[in-house]
Design a protein around this ligand. Structure first.
Ligand code: TUI
Length: 314
């Protein structure tokens, strides 16, 4: 049986988090992943607090198992969403795209387990002093907002820097990826891209098909000002590259970027939308229920573990 300390801490069967992707990770997906034994996470993104509350209640109606919410720190509703997750007694909060330090005491007092996403050792060390329950070390292979360090290099550095459970994210698709993460010292993994193609994920079918079609070199980094976003290459990214080549103003970048994730995820505009995806898109080749994804992952971990044990002649 595939278990780590993280399973005990969170009362989950398998140490597998589903990334809390804005516009993509709704109550339906989160509940399905939690039902399957992982930790489903609702992506709050830029959604207003009443929508997040509704999503939490919907997930609760679909599963009795623990699930989480991801708070996106560039949202205009950060303070209100903190209140909602406390009022609704959500089991786990993950955070992204910002430093949640000032909210940790309040969240811990409310009994919420907090797992911030970090992409650098410096922020990991700072947050370790605030009483967080663990850290999600996210490498630049992942989709969406990314840091600058790969999972392979980042995870062991964070494991060495803090005395906390570390969850690896970015570039993980199957049992091989999970075992690699555990080898680096992680006690769990977070996966986004593969769960986008779960049957229960409500994202537009064009989005799922774009991921399924993608090959190894089909994601690109876009962004400016040191903030990079990994997406599938399309007309939008070519227009973005044109802005870069003529040194366009921040306003022009802003204008090109606004509303693009919604366009891709909800309207299915995979030409001019921002189709955020990790580098593992090339390995995703079908739509399947979350339960089947988790079952395959667990079986593959066991199979790959046996292969590794055989290397030692056992
Ligand atoms: O959050 C992410 N990835 C995301 S969020 C997102 S949502 C969105 N994007 C565009 C339009 C509308 C919605 C898409 N992808 N990953 C977690 C993550 N957080 N990776 C790195 C960080 C991070 C970066 C800097 C965490 C903290 C941080 O702190 C800076 C500081 O304040 O020290």
């Amino acid at each position: 049986m595939f278990k780590t300390d993280l399973c005990k801490i969170l009362d989950i069967e398998y140490p597998i988090f589903q990334g809390g992707m804005a516009w993509v990770a709704t109550a339906e997906l989160a509940a399905a992943v939690s039902e399957a034994g992982g930790l489903g996470i609702i992506g709050a993104g830029n959604a207003p607090p009443d929508v997040v509350r509704e999503q939490i209640r919907k997930a609760r109606s679909l599963t009795d198992k623990p699930f989480g919410v991801n708070l996106y720190y560039m949202s205009p509703f950060v303070e209100d969403i903190i209140k909602v997750v406390i009022e609704e007694k959500v089991a786990v909060l993950t955070t992204g795209a910002g430093n949640p330090g000032k909210h940790i005491v309040q969240l811990k007092e409310a009994g919420i387990k907090v797992f911030p996403v970090v992409s650098s050792v410096a922020l990991a060390k700072r947050l370790a002093r605030t009483g967080v329950d663990g850290l999600i070390a996210e490498g630049m292979e992942c989709g969406g907002h990314v840091g600058e360090i790969t999972t392979m290099a980042l995870v062991p550095q964070i494991v060495d820097a803090v005395d906390l459970p570390v969850i690896a994210a970015g570039g993980i698709y199957d049992g091989r990826g999970i075992l690699a993460a555990l080898s680096l010292g992680a006690v769990g993994v977070q996966m986004g891209t593969r769960f986008v193609c779960a049957t229960e994920c409500v994202v537009h079918k064009n989005y799922k098909e774009a991921i399924i079609k993608a090959k190894d070199r089909d994601t690109v980094l876009t962004g400016y000002n040191g903030h990079y976003v990994r997406v599938l290459r399309n007309k939008l990214t070519r227009m973005y590259e044109e802005l870069v080549s003529r040194n366009a103003s921040p306003e022009e970048f802003e204008k090109l970027g606004v509303g693009r994730l919604r366009a891709a995820a909800i309207d299915g505009d995979v030409v001019m939308g921002s189709v955020m995806s990790g580098q593992v898109a090339a390995m995703v080749n079908k739509i399947q229920p979350a339960q089947e994804i988790i079952n395959e992952l667990v079986e593959d971990v066991e199979k790959q573990m046996t292969r590794l044990q055989n290397l030692l002649g056992r």
